[in-house]
Design a protein around this ligand. Structure first.
Ligand code: PMP
Length: 356
């Protein structure tokens, strides 16, 4: 026997580039351009000598109160990646394939591989939407982002319900990383009382401007959350560090600031979308803090590389279908103005339309 033959076979997820140069306009990893609430950053003397509360009780309670659920319905983790990974490990143990869209968060197939879960990706339609009917067959579980990434498209709640109705015997994970940028009432959270197999996953990384802290959470039935806790405590009890617990609670407490920042980004997204369309870009309808856009006459890769050379970072995916698009995070108004200026000046795009 040779140990090399028994290394777990994996093709890791590739995160977006994190340039060191802070002059870069960084629109490649869907970070929030605004800082978290100033209240989050007020001084706090962390007792680093001691272990944190393994249940992260204060944070769990704050999240539970915020969403009007019991604290036994909340699971917290180190970013939603940790929460999603833990959910895959907990629930996806059948021999049937789990289902997710082919154009979607590219971490799903990575977890399927690392945990050796059979999986099947389901093509999104011609216009990049998820078709609920495609998720109704026998399966080992279902997972999809809503709104989807990298398309930005929101699946209406009645279609989410359709997927849940057709999957009473499977766990359905709705990854709501970007839901705060969608119209109110779009979340699957309101469906929780009807479905004990639903798990809604959220993050503090986007709408709450705390990607650097790493806080994610899931809300589900007590039974579903208890199953995840059991796996977590079989792996690492102290996932949440003390600053995450304290700063996470403070972020939840300043709801006015949170809502204001989200509104600001949504307004910038709409303005930026209009400017792109004006230049002839096709922009998929976004309910997130990014847009997925492509131009019919200038290859996306060309725009991506030229922008990168000019200190503007977008995200580009080279796979078929999505290779015609760029995923552009919504930054501040000033940043997006610079992007618009760059596109107008550097690309030979539809010159007649540029000056009206
Ligand atoms: N889900 C989706 C759809 C995402 O785009 C991301 C961000 N890469 C995540 C989950 C994970 O985000 P985080 O771990 O920062 O919460």
């Amino acid at each position: 026997m040779n140990w090399r033959e028994y290394i777990r076979p994996v093709t890791p997820y590739v995160p977006g580039e994190q340039p060191r140069d802070n002059r870069v306009i960084k629109l490649n990893t869907n970070e929030n351009p605004y800082p978290p609430s100033p209240k989050v950053m007020e001084p706090y003397d962390f007792p680093l000598r001691k272990y944190p509360d393994p249940t992260a009780g204060d944070l769990v309670q704050a999240i539970a109160d915020y969403h009007g659920v019991d604290k036994e319905q909340v699971f917290v983790g180190v970013g939603s990646d940790d929460v999603l990974g833990m959910a895959f490990l907990t629930f996806f143990n059948s021999d049937l394939p789990i289902l997710f869209p082919d154009i979607s968060y590219s971490f799903y197939p990575v977890w399927a591989e690392v945990f050796q879960i059979p999986c099947r990706s389901i093509p999104v339609t011609e216009d990049f939407t998820i078709r609920a009917e495609d998720y109704l067959g026998e399966n080992g579980g279902v997972v999809f982002p809503n709104p989807n990434a990298p398309t930005g498209i929101l699946l209406p709640k009645e279609n989410v319900k359709q997927i849940l109705d057709g999957n009473r015997d499977s766990i359905v994970i709705v990854d709501e990383a970007y839901i705060d940028f969608a119209p109110e009432g779009s979340s699957a959270l309101s469906l929780l009382p009807e479905y004990d197999n639903l798990l809604v996953v959220r993050t503090f990384s986007k709408s709450r401007s705390m990607a650097g802290l790493r806080i994610g959470y899931a809300i589900g039935s007590r039974e579903v959350i208890a199953a995840m806790q059991a796996v977590k405590y079989s792996y690492n009890s102290y996932t949440m560090n003390q600053p995450s617990i304290v700063w996470g609670v403070r972020s939840i407490q300043d709801d006015a600031y949170f809502r204001e920042m989200v509104q600001k980004i949504v307004a910038t997204r709409e303005r930026f979308t209009a400017a792109l369309q004006d230049m002839g870009f096709r922009v998929l309808p976004s309910a997130t803090n990014f847009v997925f856009a492509g131009h019919p006459s200038v290859p996306a890769r060309e725009i991506f590389e030229k922008a990168r050379g000019n200190g503007i970072f977008f995200r580009y995916f080279s796979q078929p279908r999505v290779c015609d698009f760029l995923r552009i995070t919504i930054g501040t108004d000033e940043e997006m103005d610079q992007v618009i200026r760059f596109l107008r000046e550097n690309l030979d795009i539809n010159p007649k339309k540029l000056y009206h």
